[in-house]
Design a protein around this ligand. Structure first.
Ligand code: TEU
Length: 572
């Protein structure tokens, strides 16, 4: 049983500050830049802005490596600028949610600087320090305390000769993992969170929050994981959704959020979470999170080699996966809905068709996602139907994960250069990180200088100015979808039921609330497709569709959809 929460009627927009708008010509986006573009967000109608990290950081992982949680990186501006942004958003009725990256800090954070200084330092135990594997020469390959791989290639342990010990970093070696087993670490994190709430922010998107409880034995040992292709294996089973995760989140809730004003948003990023985990994490009665980002639906096209080894999507898998999450969280918990973020290739290039049917497939992906039950998130540029970068050379890439992967693969030597470049072009996070395309000017209106990463040449046609002027653009579909979410109780709360689960091309479902019903039909293919929807829809009213002139609805229980067309029909 769930109370009625504001975020059940809300849509969230993610800003990746580095790539949104540069105001000072240094080629990197900044807070003043966001301020110049708040009206774009207001006109779109979004309720919340989630800001990727703008804290002080060496920028090893574009700000997900934080050296001071309570200051702004000079690249992006000052605390005063952030206050100004907060006020500008609030003045337009929008909220601001901050990224909270507390599974790890930067290695340049004073906590880690102290921690590494000596085994006797009071902060030594704030991170995961462990000796070499018994009988092995410290610092040599295979001597790491466990056989965990870093998510950014290579081992997850770095040897520090100064104190003859290893520290854990599930991401880059400049992102040491905090030891949440230590209550002082947790209290320091909670104090920092309270400081931001006192400053007026409206909640947090919690980075890899389900990695904070590691599966540690009573004697302090950590466990090896199964390895498919040596020497290191996916650390997931030993680090994700660990034994104390729920305890930590409930403690955080008590220490940070209890007694605060209504209107906060708490969303966790939880790679590897199952429907059962998702339900526990978002059950309001348990006092943990409002909703979580899950990964199953954005991993369906991963081949055996993972995110860089993409295989074609089978639409039946996508429907089954999202359908399982819809059903699983129907009575308890709540879904966050997304296709894109700063870590994912652009959905129109991935699950859509960014060549012949870019506008249509982007619109259909939008309509299908936003008609699900949950809170939709869109990522900057998604509202324009922005595509993958289609980079063709290694030196165009900036992302640490991509560069580490390329280095590791080159060393292994099993891929040709052409194959490697094809993998990066399909899977790299940089696909999401090319500058926002505002107009058709040389740097797309993003900067007057040299952008830190290349602007996509297709900004000559795909850009916000052009989209605004074209009533049939993807942008206008998003505006209508956001307005629909705000006003339509069936979209907000209607029960979800998947139709045609075995159809390889059509995405079909109903949403039902009391005696009102919506039918959502999406053609995920390049050919005309006819859907058998059964009787009773002949007099249904079209609500929204991907195409300027919607296909004639329902005659004799059938609807024919053009390539990548979608329609939503309402009956009472
Ligand atoms: O991402 C964590 C995550 O699970 C992955 O999507 C990750 O990006 C990686 O590519 C796995 O292949 C979060 C942030 O969103 C990401 O940008 C950070 O790099 C990461 O945590 C570390 O903070």
């Amino acid at each position: 049983t769930r109370g009625d929460s504001w975020w059940q009627r809300a849509v969230v927009y993610q800003v990746y500050p580095r790539s949104f708008q540069d105001s000072d010509g240094d080629g990197v986006g900044d807070i003043h830049g966001i301020l110049q573009r708040v009206d774009h967000l207001a006109e779109l109608g979004v309720d919340v802005v989630w800001l990727s990290p703008i804290y002080r950081s060496p920028q090893d992982d574009n700000g997900y490596d934080i050296s001071d949680y309570q200051d702004i990186d000079p690249t992006f501006g000052t605390l005063g600028d952030l206050d100004e942004l907060l006020a500008a958003l609030h003045a337009r009725g929008m909220k601001l949610v901050m990224d909270l990256v507390v599974n790890h800090t930067s290695d340049e954070h004073p906590w880690f600087v102290e921690s590494r200084s000596s085994p006797d330092n009071p902060k030594r135990d704030w991170y995961w320090w462990r000796p070499a594997r018994p009988g092995m020469e410290p610092g040599t390959p295979g001597a790491e305390p466990t056989n965990w791989a870093s998510f950014f290639s290579g081992p997850a342990w770095e040897y520090d000769p100064a104190t003859d010990a290893y520290y854990l970093h599930l991401f880059s070696r400049k992102q040491p993992d905090l030891n949440w087993e230590n209550p002082k670490v947790r209290q320091a994190v909670y104090a920092m969170m309270r400081w931001w709430l006192d400053r007026g922010v409206d909640g947090f998107r919690m980075d890899v929050i389900n990695l904070v409880s590691k599966d540690v034995r009573a004697d302090g040992s950590l466990l090896d994981v199964p390895v498919e292709e040596g020497p290191y294996g996916d650390p997931g089973v030993a680090t994700a959704n660990g034994p104390r995760l729920h305890e930590f989140l409930q403690e955080m809730h008590r220490e940070v959020f209890e007694g605060r004003r209504d209107g906060l948003l708490l969303v966790g990023e939880t790679p590897g979470a199952t429907v059962e985990d998702g339900k526990l994490l978002t059950d309001p009665a348990r006092g943990e999170l409002d909703m979580v980002f899950t990964f199953e639906h954005v991993s369906l096209d991963h081949g055996p080699g993972g995110r860089f080894d993409l295989v074609p999507l089978d639409l039946r898998d996508l429907k089954a996966t999202l359908g399982r999450w819809q059903a699983g969280l129907n009575d308890t918990g709540w879904n966050a809905l997304y296709w894109n973020n700063h870590d994912q290739p652009r959905v129109v290039s991935r699950y859509g068709n960014d060549r012949e049917y870019r506008r249509e497939s982007a619109a259909t992906l939008a309509i299908v996602l936003h008609l699900h039950r949950g809170t939709p998130y869109l990522y900057q540029g998604e509202e324009l139907g922005m595509t993958n970068a289609h980079f063709t050379a290694l030196d165009q890439y900036r992302d640490i994960e991509s560069l580490r992967y390329a280095a590791a693969e080159s060393e292994r030597g099993r891929l040709s250069e052409e194959q490697l470049l094809a993998q990066l072009a399909a899977g790299s996070r940089d696909n999401a990180r090319t500058p926002m395309q505002w107009d058709d000017s040389p740097q797309a209106g993003f900067t007057t200088g040299e952008p830190w990463i290349a602007v996509n040449p297709n900004h000559d046609t795909i850009n916000a100015a052009a989209a605004l002027a074209d009533p049939h653009s993807v942008l206008h579909v998003y505006r209508r979808l956001i307005a629909l979410r705000h006003q339509d109780p069936v979209v907000q709360r209607g029960h979800f039921r998947l139709l045609l689960p075995e159809d390889p091309h059509l995405y079909a479902f109903t949403r039902t609330l009391d005696d009102e019903q919506l039918l959502v039909l999406g053609n995920f293919s390049d050919a005309d497709r006819t859907a058998d929807i059964g009787p009773g829809w002949d007099d249904a009213i079209p609500v929204i569709g991907s195409h300027p002139e919607p296909s004639t609805p329902a005659h004799g229980g059938r609807v024919t959809l053009r390539p990548w067309e979608s329609v939503v029909l309402r009956r009472t």
